[in-house]
Design a protein around this ligand. Structure first.
Ligand SMILES: [Fe+2]
Length: 154
């Protein structure tokens, strides 16, 4: 989220925090998709998140049918599954590390529909709503995650 904010000239802190907070209700909602992200948006507001951040958090779960309006809404929506795909692609490497993962391999994995099927390809492709093509988006996401690989434990 931070890297994408940098690329698009947006607020890196706000976008980074939104990414960090987006699944804050995960333990409370226990996979219940009809409450996931609604509760999260409320919790984020209570913690002092802006309305823009809360809206993006709400929108990242398509189950509510909320329209993605802002760039932040759109960013969180496509970054979330991209990080899932990249993580899965790293975990099948012999050393399970991001360092050796190539954007080309992530692209290949993207095309394998059964690989990390939870990382919704259509949602990742929604990067086009931000004016990014898929190759650039994958590269940006991969480089960003490689930059914080230690924090991610990957
Ligand atoms: Fe989520």
């Amino acid at each position: 989220m931070r890297a994408l904010a940098r690329r698009l000239g947006e607020d890196e802190e706000e976008w980074g925090l939104t990414g960090l907070l987006h699944d804050i209700d995960m333990e409370l909602t226990e996979g219940n998709m009809s409450s996931h992200s609604k509760l999260g948006a409320d919790l984020a507001r209570e913690l002092g998140a802006s309305e823009a951040m809360a809206h993006a958090i709400l929108c990242h779960n398509p189950a509510h049918g909320t329209t993605r309006e802002t760039k932040l809404d759109k960013a969180l929506f496509c970054v979330d599954p991209l990080t899932g795909l990249i993580t899965a692609a790293a975990l099948v490497l012999p050393d399970k590390k991001l360092a050796g993962l190539k954007a080309k391999s992530v692209r290949k994995r993207f095309k394998e529909k059964s690989f990390a099927a939870g990382a919704d390809r259509e949602s990742i492709s929604a990067c086009s709503e931000l004016g990014l093509d898929l190759d650039e988006f994958i590269e940006l996401g991969l480089k960003a995650m490689q930059g914080v690989a230690d924090d991610l434990g990957l």
